[in-house]
Design a protein around this ligand. Structure first.
Ligand SMILES: Cc1ncc(C[n+]2csc(CCOP(=O)(O)OP(=O)(O)O)c2C)c(N)n1
Ligand code: SF4
Ligand SMILES: [Mg+2]
Length: 386
């Protein structure tokens, strides 16, 4: 990740359990896997917690004003069509204040990749209701429950004309990566919605637990329906979430349509930024070949790595003996590991085991010191802050 992030800007501002971090991770991974030249990639964000993404990624990026990420991205794409332009922003920014820009970019099939972090709230400004907040959810501006009808963003984007639409949750990191990679390599308007927890303002206010509880909710309530009718993608409060790739179709992009119109008017001599259409097409083809070569090299390196890790290790007697020990302990684990709520819920089983007599590894000098300092009784979990 270090090569993709501006490490000098760490630590980031995002709260523990917030979904934005895992989306950035997926995005970084997708950029690497896509084989596109990072120097030809631009990231645009609006304002909000998600809007901070532009400031943390190590690409050319711009953190614009609230709701104006799409027009800025459109301007960048039109000024230099060779660039891949990604908009990474919150649902309040994109579908609330910037809603008009969003629908028109989709209508025009503008060549943009839009990643929308949908946390059902205006996170950065204190948890107000947004156009996607489910009915009856509590927000700072709807303390008695939201009585508005929310947008389903895939349905909105479909109606507006987007040519690629996918929805995942922040629990589906690999699918998010895969969708972003696909979108980076295609032409036209791509919209990827990622449902994600805002632990501090949405979950806490609605008493929905922490980030892990919400990931569990996503796991239990997501329904995979590739290609489904986007009218079926509405989200009720704590209800089922339809996920998948809903739309993937081709139609001329805004630039292709404007080229066609210009050629009709001025003939084949038409040039955009000093290049004729055949010249631009030749450059595009050469770039595609470079991308394909990078992807092939990556695939070969991955295959080599897999073969290397699949080679059987030499078995040696002492190592095998050491390996067997924890297995014995593991059998006795559950009864004692369930001792406290904290241990059973938060601690991984291995760590929870460390508290049992038999499971404890031989204390080293360091663990002895820790053991001395540790209180004898198990501490009760802290009370939730009001
Ligand atoms: C023109 C304008 N209006 C309002 C604001 C205040 N504002 C800043 S961030 C934000 C909410 C952003 O919400 P969202 O896009 O959902 O992002 P999140 O913080 O949830 O990631 C608002 C209302 C602003 N900065 N500019
Ligand atoms: S306020 Fe919400 S959206 Fe913002 S960083 Fe915290 S958890 Fe994430
Ligand atoms: Mg939001």
């Amino acid at each position: 990740m270090a090569s993709v992030l501006r490490m000098d800007r760490m630590p980031h501002i995002w709260c523990p359990g917030c979904g934005i971090g895992s989306e950035v991770n997926s995005f970084a991974d997708a950029v690497k896997r896509s084989g596109i030249d990072p120097k030809k990639l631009v990231v645009v964000s609006g304002i909000g917690c998600t809007g901070r993404v532009a400031g943390y990624v190590n690409f050319d990026s711009i953190h614009t004003t609230h709701g104006r990420a799409i027009p800025v991205a459109t301007g960048i794409k039109l000024a230099n069509p060779e660039l891949t332009v990604v908009v990474f922003s919150g649902e309040g920014d994109l579908a609330g204040i910037g809603g008009n820009h969003l629908i028109h970019a989709a209508r025009r099939n503008m060549d943009l990749v839009v990643i929308c972090n949908n946390n059902f709230t205006y996170g950065m400004t204190g948890g107000q209701v947004t156009p996607t907040t489910p009915s009856s959810a509590i927000a700072s501006t709807t303390p008695y429950g939201n009585y508005e009808y929310p947008f389903s963003l895939p349905f909105l984007m479909d109606a507006a004309g987007a040519t690629y639409i996918a929805r995942w949750t922040s629990m589906h990191s690999r699918n998010v990566t895969q969708s972003i990679e696909e979108a980076l390599l295609r032409k036209g308007f791509s919209f990827i919605e990622v449902i994600s927890p805002c632990t501090t303002l949405y979950l806490r206010r609605n008493r929905l637990g922490d980030g892990v509880d919400m990931l569990q909710h996503y796991q239990d309530n997501s329904i995979l329906k590739h290609g489904c009718d986007t009218r079926e993608t509405a989200i009720d409060y704590q209800g089922k979430i339809v996920i998948g790739k809903f739309v993937d179709k081709n139609k001329p992009t805004y630039l292709e349509a404007s080229d066609k119109c210009a050629v009709k008017l001025v003939g084949d001599d038409y040039q955009l930024y000093g290049k004729t259409i055949p010249e631009r097409e030749a450059e595009e083809k050469a770039e595609k070949e470079r991308i394909a070569a990078r992807r092939a090299a990556m695939a070969a390196a991955e295959a080599q790595e897999q073969t290397a890790s699949a080679k059987p290790r030499k078995a040696s007697a002492p190592k095998a003996a050491v390996k067997k020990a924890p297995a014995k302990v593991a059998k006795k684990a559950p009864a004692k590991a369930a001792k406290t709520k904290f241990q059973s819920k938060v601690m991984p089983a291995k760590q929870a085991l460390a508290g049992t007599k038999k499971a404890a590894p031989k204390p080293t000098v360091k663990t002895k010191a820790v053991a001395k300092a540790a209180p004898k009784k198990t501490r009760k979990p802290k009370k939730t802050r009001k």
